[in-house]
Design a protein around this ligand. Structure first.
Ligand code: SF4
Length: 286
């Protein structure tokens, strides 16, 4: 069996940075707090917990020092930490920080912001807190009409479009086209494609791979937005796709009679999870 492993599979720059810096913090002091899951991968979280990281969901539970994860945090979190004398170790990915900066800057200039992304995703929850009062989250195509109505009910005469870093590029383009259709003067729209390169490259490689293999395995956390997107993308081009978090979930029966297989992994998937899959495939199919 021929096995292709995606060149872009596994940790992205932002996740690597967050994990390495968290590990450095643990070396300095045991029992450090982290607000929310550092990254969306159960195995990584369990490993960090074992090393002493305490994951909390409310900033008020933090004492002395708290880590802000790669997805970023709401504006109010920074204010609460400061009021409670809690030092922040900010491991928000620079690409997410850049979106916060854009949102703040354009909100101050009275732009209405269309934030394209998943409503409940922590990155969007954080970004919306930098958008001021005048914004609408567009999770899917069906949300566009309401977003345009929301915009028209304000005193804004300009629109800024931003995207979640891990949003699907095709869906983003379709939504942007529809917004342009609905707004008579499209010159008032400023479009910032803030989908990060790491995500974009991974999605493109997934498409190329899915077109030429007979089966695909996408490895990633079940709550990892970018991993779910990879799975959905792969399914569009390949009929035999499995989405697994660990090797235990791999259905080997589905790989019988397959001559060429592709392996892709999300941005928060550790190398070990990829190697576990490779070991089993090489053992059983070569
Ligand atoms: S996917 Fe992109 S934006 Fe998100 S953490 Fe990785 S590098 Fe940063």
């Amino acid at each position: 069996m021929e096995v292709i492993v995606g060149k872009t599979a596994g940790f992205c720059f932002g996740v690597k940075n967050a994990i390495e810096n968290t590990e450095k913090q643990i070396e300095k002091e045991k029992n450090i707090y982290c607000l929310g899951e550092l990254v969306h991968n159960k195995q990584v979280i369990e490993e960090l917990e074992a090393k002493g990281v305490i994951f909390i969901n409310d900033i008020k539970e933090a004492k002395n020092k708290v880590i802000i994860r790669a997805h970023g945090a709401e504006k109010q979190i920074y204010e609460t930490a400061e009021n409670n004398n809690v030092e922040i170790v900010d491991l928000t990915c620079p690409k997410v920080l850049f979106i916060h900066k854009l949102a703040l800057e354009y909100a101050e200039k009275n732009y209405y912001i269309f934030l394209i992304g998943k409503k409940e995703h922590p990155e969007i929850q954080a970004t919306k807190s930098f958008c001021g009062e005048k914004y609408t989250i567009i999770q899917e195509f069906e949300d566009i009409a309401k977003a345009v109505e929301d915009y028209q009910s304000t005193d804004c005469n300009k629109i800024l479009i931003l995207a979640q870093t891990t949003y699907n590029l095709n869906s983003f383009n379709k939504i942007v086209d529809e917004i342009k259709n609905k707004i008579a003067n499209s010159e008032i729209i400023e479009i910032k494609n803030t989908i990060c390169n790491a995500t974009q490259n991974r999605q493109e490689e997934t498409i190329e791979m899915a077109k030429v293999v007979e089966a695909m395995i996408v490895i990633g956390g079940k709550h990892s937005s970018n991993s779910i997107e990879l799975y959905e993308t792969a399914k569009e081009y390949c009929e035999n796709v499995q989405f697994i978090e660990t090797i235990k979930e791999l259905d080997l029966q589905k790989l019988n009679q397959v001559n060429k297989i592709g392996i892709m992994a999300g941005a928060s998937t550790p190398e070990k999870s990829i190697n576990d899959v490779l070991t089993v495939i090489h053992r059983d199919f070569k």
